[in-house]
Design a protein around this ligand. Structure first.
Ligand code: MN
Ligand code: MN
Length: 441
């Protein structure tokens, strides 16, 4: 469990649905604990505040200060609205929170409509976990219809500091109305079984392989929109990276190649640099692959954080590892739901590069293939396909033309090598069967 070091933190409530400020029980890893939590719901109805021009400016609303660019507070009869006011956005305008929520976000719901008789507009919701320095689109873009509000629901599932922005994406002069933005708290995630994985993120639906939190530098938890990391600050590589793969993540975005340190990490967390890898003889080996995240530019860029990399032998990374990644995407494209965990195994004699970035002795993957997108632990049976591999991570120990199938091992073998407990939210009796088996399909 992650519930060590529980502290009590008073959190200002922007505008609670209950209309009152509250004291919230939050563990110091930033995850609200499961019990005695008063929800800190942000509900912005645009009923207070005045902004009559489109020119960019801050405006104080009920929940705090927002920045409205090519956007205003509409009060006309042609503004679709709840109450007397709603936001109106044109061109490539946006509505941006100038403040953070401390309690993460579970879901965001937004009412949206076309203004007056304007043509349909397309918009998206973006989140930032670094005070607005960088933004990631949440889910898919939405399109407005005229006359009355539709409700757009977004699943966010991110812990810790977060703020949101609504962007009009079509760039046209058609106007849209936005109202009744409701943000609910992130629901607590634990570790080591008990069904806690799904509460942390979609990407850990089958369980959290080992406890992680934002206060443990060697098991540093980073919950991203595209994947979840437990990061090891001493080794400067992840312990494990866990992600969901299905066709909803696959598009046509080209590889962005913007390898860089992770700007969502605190400065206190030791990270690898580009210089550590440069000339090291090892590839910057993705754990969650670039090609698994091709729906949007931001989703693809997120895979290029060095925190999602290990120093990987070229014969491994560009050989059987890459072939396996391709084959898993091929399986996903048939409509399957895959959950994948990847990382390295280490020993006292593991090699290092640069300023102490530890080279894994082997890289591993654990893959569960479910029949339908949206399935979770309950759908895993003793006949579910589970693929484990461990691949040697030195060029002289692995051939670039080797068949990845030859590196298959049981999940039990990977658990023994890493100390992790994979698939911990699956029924223990089922785990026992599927983790002992070596895939032979
Ligand atoms: Mn790779
Ligand atoms: Mn297990």
């Amino acid at each position: 469990m992650l519930r060590n070091h529980v502290t009590y933190l008073c959190v200002a409530v922007w505008v609670s649905l209950l209309g009152a400020a509250g004291c919230v029980d939050v563990s110091d890893d930033g995850l609200a604990t499961g019990d005695a939590v008063e929800a800190v719901t942000t509900a912005e109805g645009f009923e207070s505040g005045t902004k009559t021009a489109y020119a960019v400016a801050d405006v104080t609303l009920g929940t705090g200060t927002w920045n409205l660019d090519d956007a205003l507070i509409g009060t006309l009869s042609t503004d679709v609205k709840t109450g007397a006011q709603s936001a109106r956005v044109r061109n490539s305008g946006h509505i941006t929170m100038r403040f953070d929520r401390a309690t993460g976000a579970d879901t965001v719901t937004i009412h949206h409509a076309s203004f007056g008789s304007d043509a349909s507009g397309t918009w998206g919701l973006f989140s930032s976990q670094n005070g607005g320095s960088s933004w990631t689109q949440v889910g898919t873009s939405r399109s407005t219809t005229g006359g009355s509000f539709s409700t757009a629901t977004f699943t966010v599932n991110l812990a810790g500091t977060i703020r949101f922005e609504i962007r009009k994406l079509d760039g046209g002069t058609n106007r849209i109305n936005i109202d009744d933005i409701t943000i609910t708290d992130f629901t607590s995630g634990g570790g080591g079984g008990g069904g806690s994985g799904a509460a942390l993120s979609r990407h850990t639906t089958l369980g959290i392989p080992s406890p992680a939190s934002t206060t443990d530098p060697n098991h540093f938890l980073s919950v991203k929109s595209g994947y979840v990391i437990s990061y090891n600050g001493s080794r400067k590589v992840p312990n494990w990276v866990s992600w969901e793969l299905n066709t909803s993540y696959l598009g046509s975005t080209p590889r962005q190649d913007d390898f860089r340190p992770d700007d969502t990490f605190p400065a206190s967390e030791p990270q690898a640099s580009l210089a550590d890898y440069s000339g090291s003889g090892y590839d910057r080996g993705h754990m969650c692959p670039s090609a698994d995240r091709t729906l949007t530019v931001t989703a693809n860029q997120q895979t290029f954080y060095l925190t999602n990399m290990v120093p990987q032998a070229a014969n491994n990374n560009q050989g059987p590892w890459a072939t396996m990644e391709n084959d898993l995407r091929t399986i996903a494209r048939t409509g399957k739901e895959l959950f994948i965990i990847s990382g390295g195994t280490f020993s006292a004699s593991s090699n290092t590069i640069g300023s102490g970035v530890v080279v894994p002795d082997q890289t591993f993957k654990v893959v569960v293939v479910l029949d339908a997108v949206g399935q979770g632990p309950d759908a895993v049976t003793t006949s579910t396909r589970v693929i484990g591999v461990m691949m040697p991570n030195e060029n002289n120990q692995i051939s670039r033309t080797a068949d990845w199938h030859s590196f298959r091992v049981s999940v039990d073998a990977i658990e023994a090598a890493t100390g992790d407990d994979f698939l911990s939210d699956v029924d223990p009796a089922v785990q026992a069967v599927i983790e002992a088996r070596v895939d032979n399909q």
